[in-house]
Design a binder for this molecule. Structure first.
Ligand code: ATP
Ligand code: MG
Length: 307
């Protein structure tokens, strides 16, 4: 499959495409079901690279599926949008080439089609990124006062729920207070989303730690079915290196007080900075950086799923 085909998942109009994000493409299967396809596209510093990371979509999908099975086994009653990883007959029996179908299967999931709460549900277990910047300036994270003297990369006493808005493509998500989150989705839903997110984070953090990964923070999305008042369903991709910060546990302590190497995108980010390509559009990533990045995604996937 050409690298172009890897980054443009082309279903030749067989299923209607309803959305296309930086990485994922969504297709309508029927009223209640979507095909959720992870491409090999990779973004860094908010820009999508011209070429993809071969196999990345399949690895992200395998990780999400792992969690969609594992999490409900640990959290009774947790609902997810995941149905199965089978292509619909409309595709299997279509004119798509065998090669395309082979490429499509491991990167696709059938999911329940839901309305999405307009909220990025972020949980932070460790202080880094925008939380670290805010803390340095004002001693708070999302307006919540945090004890003085924390070092960059340190673990919070208890994980924090720091919701943000879900910005349109090209815009930036904005951190919001818990009160603002309650205004956006209603008090009862906000409470439920917060509780579920913290619970899922705790379960995932333990699991990641067992395999040598520090789950520094992560972003969840939740959906609901208007015909099923009160139900809150975990959607989107979950606990992948694209939606979370994964740090190698073995180097966490020695890097406290500075930036932690990111498990997956570090090679790419370093190369972008060194080559002066940071933030530029249409950048072609050289073969060796692609190769090292693939290995990192594969390692994350193998460690988490055990496969
Ligand atoms: P990006 O992640 O690149 O910032 P994005 O979040 O808009 O952009 P993707 O993550 O690539 O786009 O695509 C996934 C989209 O599908 C998201 O908008 C997400 O809210 C939506 N989505 C996830 N699960 C479901 C679902 N079960 N039903 C309907 N929409 C969903
Ligand atoms: Mg997304």
């Amino acid at each position: 499959m050409s690298s172009d085909a890897q980054i443009q998942v082309d279903l030749e109009g067989i299923l209607p495409k309803i959305a296309s994000g930086k990485v994922r493409d969504l297709y309508d299967i029927d009223d209640k079901t979507l095909l959720f396809v992870a491409s090999d596209r990779i973004s860094a510093y908010d820009v999508i690279m011209k070429n993809g990371i071969p196999g990345k979509g399949a690895l992200l999908t395998a990780m999400s599926i792992y969690w969609f099975k594992y999490l409900p086994s640990q959290i009774p009653g947790l609902k997810t949008h995941y149905l199965d990883n089978v292509l619909p007959p409309a595709l299997e029996n279509s004119s798509l080439s065998a090669e395309k179908l082979t490429a499509l299967r491991p990167r696709s999931m059938r999911v329940r089609k839901l309305r999405i709460f307009p909220l990025e549900s972020i949980v932070r277990g460790y202080i880094t990124g925008s939380a670290w910047s805010e803390y340095k300036k004002s001693g708070t994270v999302n307006g919540i006062p945090i004890p003085a003297g924390m070092r960059e990369g340190e673990r919070f006493e208890t994980p924090l729920w720091t919701p943000s808005t879900k910005a349109e493509l090209g815009e930036k998500d904005e951190n919001i207070s818990i009160a603002q989150a309650q205004e956006l989705v209603g008090k009862a839903y906000a409470k439920k989303i917060e509780e579920l997110s913290l619970r899922i984070y705790e379960v995932a953090r333990q699991r990641a730690e067992e395999v040598g990964i520090v789950l520094a923070d992560t972003k969840f999305e939740f959906g609901y079915d208007p015909e099923n008042e009160g139900e809150v369903v975990l959607v989107d991709e979950v606990l992948t290196p694209d939606s979370s910060r994964f740090w190698p546990k073995e180097s966490w302590e020695q890097n406290l007080g500075g930036q932690q190497p990111s498990f997956d995108k570090q090679f790419l980010r370093d190369w972008l900075t060194e080559s002066g390509n940071k933030g530029k559009e249409g950048v072609v990533v050289p073969e060796d950086v692609v190769g090292k990045t693939v290995l990192k995604y594969r390692e994350a996937c193998e460690r988490i799923t055990g496969q």
